[in-house]
Write a protein that binds this ligand. Structure first.
Ligand SMILES: C[S@@+](CC[C@H](N)C(=O)[O-])C[C@H]1O[C@@H](n2cnc3c(N)ncnc32)[C@H](O)[C@@H]1O
Length: 368
């Protein structure tokens, strides 16, 4: 692996970031947004997850990827965007898998999930059912790799089969404004891929809420990535999220961070909006009296499609809206309506996805 980032690489990175700043700046200028805060990424070793296909050549095998333009496969021995732990694991893993018929046979994909803590989960995906021989070999693989990493787990996946050797999660420790927050990140669930830029996003959101009081509602909260650090600032927090594993991880994260003012509810945004409007009741909201809350602020971090129409109208009821977006087009679409009642107070570009055209944006809106 190259340790030094080449000057060309840095220049390419900066040119692409400049283009993103221009693109987002001009999208947001339609909403009277003034200065855009920009949070660059490190140009190397920024990703905490990486997925590779596997190429077999006789008894040998390699990680491969596909060129997006030509669709041609190419061999990948090290992967500069991935964190150091993943790079270290790539070579070590194949050295053990290569001579093991059981680990190697019909292996078609390898997924890595890591954390700033150096913990690692490696998922091995197969086109065949896994047996006790595989499990024995996977345990031996884990033992060997455990000498290299603070914690390592192996997951075997095949049709209707998932064998966990160790855990199906890593424990992440994020430094946020000089305090460490602990997060369980589950394999195959959503987590922000770029840990350092994620810390910038959370600190930016904390800066937005500095002058605010009352209670916070977070929709699309995942494992509590924003709700947990932001709970320090608010009286009470309610987070809503659709995916069960993320909700379970969020409950664990609340406990581990010793917080007692957050409740996480497994509801789709659309369902929560119906509950807020008194149109439907949900047993999953039992024990939570929504009308007792003094919600002054809402944070939304929706998938690429943005907010549904009803949720969008519902969040207009709050004085302060923090909108985190991974798709500037749907963000701009949603801002059309939000800006009829709110003013854009702050905007930010977080370079979660260097060397791609993807933009992660943050907008703080305050009531007119
Ligand atoms: C972009 S992620 C953000 C998660 C979290 N804020 C974070 O930073 O890790 C979007 C989240 O929305 C959840 N989600 C997707 N559709 C949803 C819906 N209709 N209602 C509620 N949550 C949804 C996904 O499971 C995912 O966790």
């Amino acid at each position: 692996m190259e340790n030094k980032t080449s000057d060309t690489n840095l220049l390419q990175y900066q040119a692409q970031l400049d283009e993103k700043v221009d693109r987002l700046g001009s999208l947001l200028s339609a909403f009277d947004a003034t200065s855009l805060s920009v949070f660059p990424s490190s140009p190397t070793h920024y990703r905490m997850r990486a997925e590779f296909r596997v190429w077999h050549d006789g008894d040998d095998l390699f990680h491969i990827m596909f060129d997006q333009q030509t669709k041609e496969k190419y061999r990948v021995d090290t992967f500069e965007p991935a964190c150091e732990a993943i790079n270290k694991a790539m070579a070590a893993l194949l050295d053990i898998v290569r001579p093991s018929e059981s680990l190697r046979r019909k292996l078609f994909q390898i997924d890595y999930l890591s954390a700033l803590s150096g913990e690692l989960v490696i998922s091995l995906l197969y086109h065949r059912q896994l047996d006790s021989e595989w499990e024995r070999e996977a345990n031996a693989l884990r033992d060997t790799l455990s000498r290299l990493f603070p914690a390592v787990s192996i997951i075997g996946r095949a049709r209707k089969q998932k064998i966990i050797v160790g855990n199906d999660f890593v424990i992440e420790k994020l430094p946020i404004n000089n305090r460490e927050f602990v997060f369980k990140h589950i394999e195959n669930s959503f987590t922000q891929p770029n840990a350092k830029v994620n810390c910038d996003m959370i600190e930016w959101a904390l800066d937005c809420v500095k002058p605010l009081t009352g209670d916070l509602l977070e929709m699309y909260c995942g494992a509590g990535n924003f709700s947990i650090p932001l709970a320090i600032h608010f009286d009470n927090v309610i987070g809503t999220e659709i995916a069960k594993p993320s909700v379970n991880a969020a409950q664990y994260n609340i406990e581990q961070n010793h917080l007692d003012n957050i409740k996480i509810v497994r509801l789709a945004a659309e369902e929560f909006t119906q509950a807020m409007r008194g149109e439907r009741t949900f047993s999953r909201l039992e024990g939570i009296e929504l009308s007792d809350y003094n919600f002054t602020t809402v944070l939304v971090d929706p998938p690429r499609a943005g907010l549904d129409e009803d949720s969008l109208k519902m969040i207009q009821d709050y004085d302060n809206i923090i909108y985190i977006s991974c798709n500037p087009e749907t963000l701009a679409d949603n801002l059309q309506l939000l800006c009829t009642t709110h003013t854009v107070a702050k905007t930010a570009l977080f370079d979660q996805f260097p060397f791609t055209h993807h933009i992660e944006a943050g907008v703080l809106l305050t009531r007119k």
